[in-house]
Ligand binder design. Structure first.
Ligand SMILES: NC(=O)c1ccc[n+]([C@@H]2O[C@H](COP(=O)([O-])OP(=O)(O)OC[C@H]3O[C@@H](n4cnc5c(N)ncnc54)[C@H](O)[C@@H]3O)[C@@H](O)[C@H]2O)c1
Ligand SMILES: [Zn+2]
Length: 371
C-alpha cells in the first residue's frame, strides 16, 4: 500500500449581491406594469395568485400583460396552509407544462402567502428567473413584497424552507385594497406600527388617527413605511445572505409571531401574530434591563387601539408557546427594542426561563383586560 496523500484546498466565490429593485407606488398601475415588464423582456409571464385573488384580479392583470407578452395564470389554494413544498411542486409542473423557460418571468399577484410561494419558486426554477411582485394586501405591500426572504413552511416550522431573492420590480397599487376586509387592512398596520415604534413615533400617532378605508391615507402609510425600510437597510448593510443570523428591527415581534402563527394556522393574521409578539418581546427587553415598563405598556396600548391584539384561542397558553419556541436545542434569536423610537435594536438569544416569564406576564395581562 502506498502512502495516502491528503491536501487541504480553500477557495472563495465572489458573489455580487447588489441588485437594483424598481419599486412603484400609485394607483392605476397597468401602464407601469407594461413598462417594467418591458425592461425584463420575458418570453412568457406566469401570473401566480391564490383562488380569491384570481377571482378578483387575475383576468384584469392577465389582459394587461397579454398586450405585450404571452401570459399564463397559475392558481393555488389560499391561506397559510398552502405555503408549502406541495404547492411549489404543483406550480412547477404547471410552469413546465406551459413551456416556462429560464427567460420567463413570475408575477406574484396577491398577499404575502402568494408572494412567498411565487418568490421561492422564482428563486429555484432554473436557479432563478425574473420576479415581479404585485402585492394586493396591505401587509404584503408594506412588508413582504420589498424583501429578499422567500420561504415556505415545513410541516412544523414556519418559513423553514427558503432562499434569498430580491424581486426585479415591485408595483404597489392601493386600489387593490378596496376589496380587502378591515381585519386584513389592520394586519398591515401592524407592520407599519413596528417601523413607527422603532423609527418614528410621530408616525405611530398618524396610524392611530388614520382612516383605514381611505386610499389616500393608505398610500401615505405605504410610502412612509417603504421610506423607513429603505432608511433602515441603508444604515445596516449586508442584509442578505447573513451567515451571522443577526436579526434586525424588521424582525421585531417575529420570533414569537412565527410560533403563534404556526400553533393555530389561519387563526391569526400575520400582523396580529406579530403584534402579540411585539408586546411579549418588549417585556423581555424590559426584563433584560433595556426598555422601561411604561414603554412596554405604551406599545401594548397602541396595538390594542389598532385592534391588533386579537383574542387568542384555547390553543394558546404561555407554557405551550414557550415549549414550541424552545423545542429541542433551539436557541431562538430575537430583535429587541432598547427604547421607543430608537432603531438601534439588539439581536440576542434569551434563556427559556426569561421567555416563559415574559409570556406568562403577557397572558395574565390579556386575562386582566378581558375582565
Ligand atoms: N419577508 C417576507 O417575505 C414576509 C414578510 C411579512 C409576511 N410574510 C408572509 O406573508 C404571509 C401573510 O401575508 P398576508 O397577510 O398578505 O396573507 P395572505 O396572502 O394569506 O392574504 C390574506 C387573505 O386576503 C386575500 N386577499 C389578498 N388580496 C386581496 C384583495 N386585494 N382583496 C380581497 N382579498 C384579498 C387572500 O386570498 C387571503 O385570503 C405570511 O405567510 C407571512 O409569513 C413574509
Ligand atoms: Zn412580518
Amino acid at each position: 500500500m502506498g502512502n495516502v496523500h491528503t491536501s487541504d484546498v480553500s477557495f472563495s466565490f465572489r458573489i455580487n449581491n447588489q441588485k437594483e429593485v424598481q419599486l412603484h407606488i400609485g394607483i392605476n398601475s397597468s401602464k407601469i406594469l407594461l413598462t417594467l415588464l418591458g425592461e425584463i423582456n420575458p418570453d412568457k409571464v406566469f401570473i401566480i395568485c391564490d383562488r380569491n385573488v384570481a377571482r378578483l384580479y387575475a383576468d384584469q392583470v392577465s389582459e394587461t400583460v397579454s398586450k405585450k407578452f404571452p401570459a399564463h395564470i397559475i392558481i393555488h389554494s389560499p391561506g397559510e396552509t398552502s405555503k408549502n413544498l406541495v404547492t411549489i411542486r404543483e406550480i412547477s409542473e404547471e410552469f413546465f407544462l406551459h413551456e416556462g423557460t429560464s427567460n420567463s418571468a413570475v408575477v406574484a399577484l396577491g398577499g404575502g402567502v402568494t408572494g412567498n410561494i411565487a418568490g421561492f419558486f422564482a428563486s429555484i426554477v432554473f436557479r432563478g428567473i425574473k420576479l415581479m411582485h404585485i402585492p394586493t394586501t396591505l401587509l404584503a405591500q408594506l412588508d413582504s413584497a420589498a424583501d429578499v426572504k422567500q420561504s415556505v413552511n415545513s410541516t412544523t416550522f414556519k418559513n423553514a424552507i427558503g432562499s434569498y431573492k430580491a424581486p426585479d420590480a415591485v408595483i404597489i397599487d392601493p386600489l387593490f385594497l378596496k376589496t380587502l376586509g378591515d381585519r386584513e387592512i389592520r394586519a398591515g398596520l401592524s407592520e407599519a406600527a413596528k417601523h413607527g415604534l422603532a423609527q418614528d413615533l410621530e408616525f405611530v400617532n398618524y396610524l392611530l388617527a388614520c382612516d383605514i378605508r381611505s386610499l389616500d391615507d393608505l398610500q401615505k402609510i405605504i410610502t412612509k413605511v417603504i421610506k423607513l425600510k429603505i432608511e433602515h437597510w441603508e444604515s445596516t448593510p449586508a442584509i442578505w445572505n447573513d451567515s451571522l443570523k443577526t436579526e434586525r428591527l424588521t424582525h421585531l415581534g417575529h420570533t414569537t409571531g412565527k410560533i403563534l402563527e404556526m400553533i393555530d394556522r389561519n387563526y391569526l393574521t400575520h400582523g396580529e401574530a406579530i403584534a402579540h409578539g411585539m408586546v411579549i418581546e418588549a417585556y423581555i427587553s424590559h426584563i433584560l434591563g433595556h426598555i422601561d415598563l411604561g414603554s412596554v405598556m405604551k406599545i401594548y396600548e397602541i396595538l390594542l387601539v389598532l385592534e391588533l391584539l386579537y383574542p387568542l384561542s384555547d390553543k394558546y397558553n404561555p407554557d405551550y408557546v414557550t415549549n414550541q419556541l424552545y423545542h429541542g436545542n433551539n436557541k431562538p434569536i430575537f430583535a429587541l427594542l432598547v427604547e421607543l423610537g430608537n432603531p438601534q435594536t439588539i439581536s440576542t438569544t434569551v434563556p427559556k426561563k426569561v421567555y416563559l416569564r415574559a409570556a406568562r406576564w403577557y397572558f395574565s395581562q390579556l386575562l386582566m383586560a378581558k375582565h
